[in-house]
Design a protein around this ligand. Structure first.
Ligand code: FEO
Length: 171
């Protein structure tokens, strides 16, 4: 069993990760509508990663004798005005997720729940990667997507992203 507050925060994080998957799924759909199938691919892979994050939080809770409490996932319903906007919103969202994980980390430290602290170490590092990737997409877009040829090439690069299972494995 975990500290009830930690268990609650970890359960809420499942919802946030699933919302992240939903948000990126919506972005993939937006790019599909715009015929940018490389950007679509990038966000579909990101959707899978977020699902994996939710599953890791689920497994950790179960491994510690906690029940999973599922709550409603909000619809993102984002309307985008240009190709750059989802990239900016993705970065903002990753910063929000980082803050959320930091909050659980802080609570776990305070509760001397070092097992959870150790589990969250992977996510602290992962969020560094997530923010770096999201920032990288904006930088590349600003550098290369100024004309249709540059956008075409960047879209091709985004197409090359493939799904890789998370390095954290919980039995
Ligand atoms: Fe699950 Fe993009 O952080």
């Amino acid at each position: 069993m975990l500290n009830p507050n930690i268990a609650k925060l970890l359960n809420e994080q499942i919802n946030k990760e699933l919302y992240s998957a939903y948000l990126y799924f919506g972005m993939a759909n937006y790019y599909a509508d715009q015929n940018l199938d490389g950007f679509e691919n990038w966000f579909l892979v990101q959707t899978q990663e977020e699902r994996d994050h939710a599953l890791l939080f689920r497994r950790y809770l179960l491994n510690n004798g906690e029940s999973i409490v599922l709550t409603e996932i909000a619809a993102p319903n984002e309307k985008y005005n240009n190709f750059r906007e989802p990239l900016v919103k993705a970065l903002e969202h990753e910063r929000y997720v980082t803050a959320s994980i930091n909050k659980i980390y802080e609570a776990a430290l305070e509760a001397k729940d070092f097992r959870t602290v150790q589990f969250l170490d992977w996510f602290i590092k992962e969020q560094g990667e997530e923010e770096k990737n999201a920032e990288g997409n904006i930088k590349k877009y600003d550098l290369f997507a100024g004309d249709s040829k540059g956008l075409y090439m960047l879209d091709n690069e985004m197409k090359a992203r493939t799904y890789v299972a998370p390095s954290l494995v919980l039995d």
